[in-house]
Design a protein around this ligand. Structure first.
Ligand SMILES: Nc1ncnc2c1ncn2[C@@H]1O[C@H](COP(=O)(O)OP(=O)(O)O)[C@@H](O)[C@H]1O
Ligand SMILES: O=P(O)(O)OC[C@H](O)CO
Length: 602
């Protein structure tokens, strides 16, 4: 399929007030897990035009690659350019004159790219946030305590975060390993925001199959907080954290992007970078991880205000103001945003759920019981009739953080059919949100009065009503559903004075619809009890010993890895334990043999 036919592009002439003269817009790139979008917003916060392209998902095959998930970084950049060119084309076709005052970037977080600054070539595909290949790395670093780095980072040790992906890339991509040793000044690690800013502000490379070179190498506070490398109180990279995750590899902080605020002019798009005349020389002035962008786009500026986003995954986030609220109930303490280099850093509590919309995609692509996502609603039965579906395809994230869990459908009888599976899949999304909703209360003592929602899943009315019923507070959808893109546009617009302040922005947000809870307490309790039982069935499926075995063989295969075993006895406790166990077993067998021999001799 040619790129132009892959893009869906629209214009809304009704919201463009100045059809004769020049219009001022703010652009926003929303690079999500499922798709890439470019949108332009009017001063009233309406979407004037947008273009979207579905992202190719790569799931490498092979028994040893279960749980792998990759994106092509060059495809991502080309799609951004294509979407911008489509928006430019549709505005021009409709004779709309315009100027883009600033561009904001919002991105799928944690997804990690490594590239060479001299050639502009990625060393490897981007490893996507929900990829589980680094479970063993997280487990090694945890050494029995997954909260080992929580105090400084706000995060549990899990494959989800960028740092474990950096270690995997170093362990498995020999060219990157070599460059890091011999010419670290050429190595760049970044999340998708950093990759895109580098492309936007760089110049074309002459290397074949390469992106741009010499671009800016920056990230914002919200993305920085998702690596396991950032001290979130000091808001700076911490070499000790990097060492703890990446040992035995020496990773200098210079290969990580500089941390900046979420709203400031970082630089301008260069000539040739985008290939679209109207998009050249535009200030790139906002960067926010997509969930923080959604929080900002929902104008949840006050402590205690929250949002839930139903995308590929699902992320419930509550603003905690300038206060860092530690979690004892499986949430993340993360950076929300910082507006301007001198602005205060706003923190948040977050419950990250790995499978939400992707469960619906699974019904469509793998089970093939629906043709598209909306059909999950039309096919769903009125009740679950005892059927529960735990979509722990890659383990469970918040609030459980159990890499050993796997998906299951339980309570099945011969009378259940695909309508029940659709119902159970949608209910699963709501139950997972309920678990996070409860954890937020336990950690912060804040009982949310309502829940502002956005993302693809909010198109599903059954899901939204069931969500309201299960959490027992109203669920509110906003007038502009592209809240994530809007958040990044707001951040960029504030930096260039397109919007004056957050009060002006707050006035642009309005309610589209409210789903009011109507379920009886007794039914809610019964449903939630069923869900808890289902969760318990999904746990303990993957045996931890599997990791031990892999580590042991990996370490034997790689002399580099063996050296860290010798050099740093804390680096790989699981491996150490495995070897100790073998030594102990050998000693035991030897002693047993001798004892046996002795007793026979008697
Ligand atoms: N009507 C619907 N019912 C349920 N899920 C839906 C519906 N429409 C879209 N989705 C889900 O929403 C997700 C896409 O949402 P989006 O916010 O665009 O995600 P992302 O930001 O992760 O790219 C898909 O996984 C899709 O399955
Ligand atoms: O692409 P989404 O909307 O599912 O968001 C992905 C998250 O940023 C991962 O942390």
């Amino acid at each position: 399929m040619s790129p132009s036919t892959r893009a869906t592009t629209k214009i809304d002439l009704d919201v463009i007030e100045n059809k004769e003269g020049k219009n001022a817009f703010v652009g926003s790139v929303d690079q999500g897990t499922s798709s890439t979008r470019f949108l332009v917003f009017t001063k009233k916060g309406e979407i004037a035009a947008w273009s979207q392209m579905e992202q190719t998902q790569t799931f490498p095959s092979g028994e040893d690659k279960v749980g792998w998930h990759e994106h092509d970084p060059l495809e991502i950049w080309n799609d951004v350019k294509q979407c911008m060119s489509e928006v430019d084309r549709i505005l021009e076709t409709n004779n709309i004159q315009f100027e883009i005052e600033a561009i904001g970037i919002t991105n799928q977080r944690e997804t990690t790219v490594a590239w060479n600054a001299k050639t502009g070539t990625p060393y490897y595909n981007a490893i996507v946030w929900d990829d589980t290949r680094t479970n063993h790395i997280a487990s090694q670093v945890a050494a029995g305590d997954p909260d080992r780095l929580r105090e400084k980072t706000g995060l549990p040790l899990a494959s989800y975060f960028a740092g474990t992906k950096v270690k995997w890339l170093l362990e498995n991509v020999s060219e990157l390993q070599k460059d890091l040793k011999e010419k670290p000044e050429e190595v760049r690690f970044g999340t998708i925001d950093t990759w895109l800013l580098y492309q936007y502000t760089g110049s074309p490379s002459t290397a074949k199959g390469a992106g741009n070179i010499n671009g800016l190498f920056l990230t914002d506070v919200s993305n920085a907080s998702r690596w396991l490398f950032c001290d979130i109180e000091k808001v700076e990279w911490d070499q000790e954290l990097v060492n703890a995750v990446c040992s035995p590899y020496q990773v200098p902080l210079s290969v990580l992007p500089e941390i900046r605020s979420s709203s400031e002019v970082y630089g301008k798009t260069t000539k040739d970078a985008t290939g679209v005349g109207t998009m050249e020389g535009v200030p790139v002035a906002g960067i926010l991880g997509d969930q923080q962008a959604a929080l900002f786009g929902q104008t949840a500026f006050q402590p205690g205000e929250a949002k839930n986003t139903y995308g590929t995954g699902m992320f419930l986030m509550m603003n905690t103001g300038t206060k860092l609220v530690p979690s004892n109930h499986g949430l993340l303490t993360t950076i929300g945003y910082q507006i301007g280099a001198d602005g205060p850093v706003t923190y948040a509590l977050e419950g990250s759920v790995s499978h939400s919309g992707s469960t619906i995609q699974w019904l469509r692509d793998q089970l093939q019981i629906i043709d598209d996502a909306p059909e999950s609603e039309t096919l769903a039965t009125e009740h679950n009739d005892g059927l529960y579906f735990v979509p722990a395809f890659a383990g469970l994230f918040a609030p459980h953080w159990r890499a050993d869990a796997r998906a299951c459908i339980v309570g099945m009888t011969a009378s259940h059919h695909k309508g029940h599976v659709c119902r159970a899949a949608l209910e699963a999304v709501a139950y997972q949100a309920k678990e996070v909703f409860d954890a937020i209360y336990k950690d912060s003592n804040v009982l949310l009065k309502n829940l502002k929602v956005n993302g693809g899943g909010t198109n599903n009315k059954l899901l939204m009503q069931f969500q309201a019923d299960i959490i027992n507070v109203p669920v509110i959808t906003p007038h502009i559903m592209e809240t994530t893109a809007m958040g990044a546009a707001f951040a960029a617009g504030l930096a260039v004075g397109f919007w004056k302040d957050t009060d002006e922005i707050k006035a642009l947000w309005s309610v589209a619809s409210t789903f009011t809870p109507s379920m009886k307490e007794v039914d809610r309790a019964k449903n939630c009890y069923g869900w808890q039982k289902a969760i318990s069935k999904s746990l303990d499926w993957i045996e931890e010993e599997d990791y031990d075995e892999d580590d042991f063989y990996d370490a034997q295969d790689k002399s580099f890895d063996m050296s860290f075993f010798a050099a740093d006895s804390d680096a790989n406790p699981r491996l150490r334990n495995a070897v100790s166990s073998i030594v102990l077993i050998a000693l035991g067998v030897g002693a047993g043999f001798l004892l046996g021999k002795n007793s026979r001799q008697k």
